[in-house]
Design a protein around this ligand. Structure first.
Ligand SMILES: [Zn+2]
Length: 266
């Protein structure tokens, strides 16, 4: 690790499986000084990243929680943009859950996009292993219940000074996340559905995980647009009243540090 600064989290895409006019699908940006890591890059995320002047030519890595399309659709245009527009020469590090590299290759072959593999370094990160350095952060993974077909990782990203952000992949209710996320300054959780549905969380179920984790603050993401409404947020806050909690919104950044977090717009 090379950075001792705190981490900044910026929501790029908080929508579930389809984008809205203003909200891309899953994408989270983590900055440590001038270093940048993305977690997921779903539909619409690349346009939003360009609009925010994100340093796409010098990304440290893209971590994919899993291979449902709303979590990686814009990886292909990102790689093509870096190659043909930005003339990037270094391959883009891409991290996928255990066993998913071959699945990504198969998907790219089906899309006639196998050339992408020549412009990325593709590695798998197995849940439960010791931290691996990824750009400015040390990363660990937890396996989450979401798909009968795909392996799903949640990621814990920790800076050298101990500042920690945890981002869930898609998941249903699980006891694995609170232990995995303990001590995090920021926990970003999916809250996809208004009523219980296997493989996803309601805001209330997400709030229960927040209550069990006690992070410095929490953001709900991967939501249906109507879930941005006050009643659903209230159902989450009701079960974790002592943790600041909000819906993630594009462009809203959270400075995460050992001291209490602050929120600012940019
Ligand atoms: Zn999914």
């Amino acid at each position: 690790m090379t950075s001792t600064s705190a981490l900044t989290y910026t929501c790029v895409g908080p929508s579930c499986a389809w984008p809205t006019a203003t909200r891309p699908t899953s994408c989270h940006r983590i900055d440590a000084g001038d270093r940048t890591v993305l977690v997921d890059i779903g539909h619409g995320a690349l346009q939003a990243l360009r609009g925010a002047d994100a340093p796409l030519e010098r990304l440290d890595a893209v971590l994919l929680t899993h291979l449902h399309l709303d979590h990686w659709a814009d990886l292909v245009p990102l790689v093509w943009m870096r190659r043909f527009e930005l003339a990037a020469t270094a391959p883009l590090p891409v991290v996928v859950p255990e066993g998913q590299a071959a699945r990504l290759r198969t998907a790219l072959e089906a899309l006639d996009a196998l050339d992408v593999l020549d412009w990325i370094t593709l590695t798998e990160l197995q849940a439960g292993l010791p931290p691996v350095d990824v750009g400015p952060v040390a990363v660990t993974a937890v396996a989450l219940p979401h798909s009968a077909v795909l392996t799903v990782n949640g990621y814990r990203l920790q800076a050298a000074d101990g500042t920690t952000i945890v981002i869930s992949g898609d998941c249903g209710p699980t006891d694995a996340l609170p232990a995995f996320a303990r001590g995090a300054g920021l926990l970003v959780l999916e809250a996809t559905v208004p009523a219980p549905l296997p493989g996803h969380l309601t805001p209330g179920e997400a709030g229960a995980i927040v209550a069990a984790t006690q992070p410095g603050r929490a953001l709900l993401s991967h939501y249906l647009e109507p879930l941005g409404g006050a009643p659903q947020l209230a159902s989450a806050r009701a079960v974790c009243p002592d943790v600041p909690l909000a819906f993630a919104e594009p462009g809203v950044a959270v400075a995460v540090a050992a001291a209490p977090s602050t929120v600012r717009d940019r």
